[in-house]
Write a protein that binds this ligand. Structure first.
Ligand code: ADP
Length: 169
């Protein structure tokens, strides 16, 4: 059984086997949680991201997929980069958002990670409504068979924390 825990705060201050990054498909960093992870993780994270672009992901990491790098200076062994979908009112992209959580857990399981910290993927610049994103995230984790023992959602503000708390119950 995987335990879901909730924390309000900065994911870059967490200790976990793996910290998930809400990356963009370029893997070259960006704003929001991506920028924070690269700032605190340091150049080793970006170096591995560049190498992944040069080898497996010349066209970028596709939306809904996940890939691991070193965690550099973060208090973790790995960063798992996943690309969330941009929210759309005209198209249901929830499967892609769920896939970010499932694929990140699959990668985490392959690495042997037992604790994984997730941000609320797609709820910043990608504008996914927080309550709906929380439902998709929690359902995706609960329906994934994994050896990961703890999934920790690290929510930056009160609203995000409350949305996840309503889902977890
Ligand atoms: P996306 O492009 O997937 O929407 P963002 O980084 O813009 O990614 O936002 C995703 C979520 O991460 C938002 O809810 C935002 O408030 C949150 N966030 C931003 N910085 C941090 C941080 N340091 N730790 C945890 N969550 C963060």
């Amino acid at each position: 059984m995987t335990t879901i825990t909730l924390v309000q705060g900065d994911i870059t201050r967490q200790r976990a086997d793996a910290i998930v990054n809400a990356a963009n498909s370029s893997l070259l960093g960006g704003g929001g949680v991506d920028g924070a992870i690269h700032r605190r993780g340091g150049p080793a994270v970006l170096d591995e991201c560049r190498a992944l672009r040069a080898s497996r992901y010349g066209k970028g990491l596709p939306t809904g997929q996940a890939v691991a790098t070193t965690a550099g200076e973060l208090d973790a062994r790995w960063v798992i980069h996943t690309v969330g979908p941009v929210y759309s009112e005209s198209e249901d992209r929830s499967e892609l958002l769920a896939s970010c959580y499932r694929e990140s857990l699959r990668v985490a399981g392959e690495l042997g990670a037992r604790t994984v910290a997730f941000p609320a993927v797609s709820t910043g610049v990608y504008r996914w409504p927080i309550q709906d994103a929380a439902r998709i995230a929690v359902e995706a984790v609960r329906s994934t068979r994994t050896a990961v023992e703890e999934v920790r959602f690290v929510l930056f503000d009160d609203r995000a924390y409350d949305a996840f708390a309503r889902q977890v119950g």
